[in-house]
Ligand binder design. Structure first.
Ligand SMILES: [Zn+2]
Length: 260
């Protein structure tokens, strides 16, 4: 029987949010294949993230509780591992939006180093204390991987594109978007301080039922605003169209967009 061949060099990577330093191996060709396959259908984001989680588990050689990881740290680590496997480079596409250009709306291939296009904003802000009113204060942190598990368990959208009216689709969309926003906030809550008493053990259902659904829309928006001001990854691209020379700039907060 052949021995399992593994010549991959171990490398240290510092995570942007937790600041933990991990020892990791780059992706193997087989692992890269799994990631690529689950990326083909990005409508199933949860499966994609679960695959990435599994692969990361296999590649981290230091002892680390991956389930307690911040989601941003996981995405960052994944981007780094992909880029290490492909010698630090990341491939993506841009499309020229100048409608007089020969290359209008045609994809142009770009290659960049991860460090040049992926940035972490507010990496020092991993905790936010939000005073709702005199009685209630909420402590926020960036979401962890249990939020991914929630996304995985979430049943599909109730929208039936073939049969629902536009009006009904709009209504369902608004409802589902609000639900997701509330759940996202719930997963970001580390502590609830009510009348001076600190609560740090509760379920997501409890948070939604007893706290979040009792707040006003304005209070939810405040929480959302504070949440958005915490540590996050973003992508920043500045490229010149090869054909017309127009400068193309893009700043993207949604990491799923640039993983394709
Ligand atoms: Zn152009």
């Amino acid at each position: 029987m052949l021995p399992n061949y593994d010549s991959r060099p171990i490398q240290e990577i510092k995570l942007p949010v937790s600041k933990d330093i991990l020892k990791v191996k780059p992706y193997t060709v087989a692992q890269e294949q799994i990631v690529l396959e689950s990326m083909v259908d990005l409508s199933n984001k949860s499966e994609f993230l679960i695959n990435i989680k599994r692969i990361l588990e296999a590649n981290i050689t230091s002892e680390y509780n991956i389930d307690d990881m911040f989601l941003i740290d996981l995405i960052y680590l994944n981007l780094k591992l992909r880029s290490i496997s492909k010698s630090e480079m990341i491939e993506y596409q841009i499309q020229c939006d100048n409608n007089e250009c020969e290359q209008f709306n045609k994809p142009q291939k770009c290659v960049d180093e991860v460090e040049d296009i992926i940035f972490v904003k507010n990496s020092e802000k991993c905790k936010k204390i939000v005073k709702i009113d005199d009685k209630l204060t909420i402590e926020l942190q960036p979401v962890k991987l249990d939020f991914v598990d929630y996304l995985a368990s979430k049943t599909d959208s109730k929208i039936d594109i073939d049969n629902d009216s536009d009006e009904r689709i709009d209504k369902i969309l608004i409802k589902e978007t609000l639900e997701l926003a509330l759940v996202n906030i719930a997963y970001s809550i580390k502590k609830v301080i009510f009348e001076g008493k600190v609560f740090n053990e509760f379920t997501i259902e409890e948070l939604l039922e007893k706290i979040l659904s009792q707040l006003t829309e304005a209070q939810i928006q405040d929480l959302q605003k504070e949440k958005n001001d915490m540590a996050n990854l973003y992508l920043k691209i500045r490229k010149k169209c090869e054909s017309c020379g127009k400068i193309f700039e893009r700043v993207e907060d949604d990491f799923f967009v640039f993983l394709t």
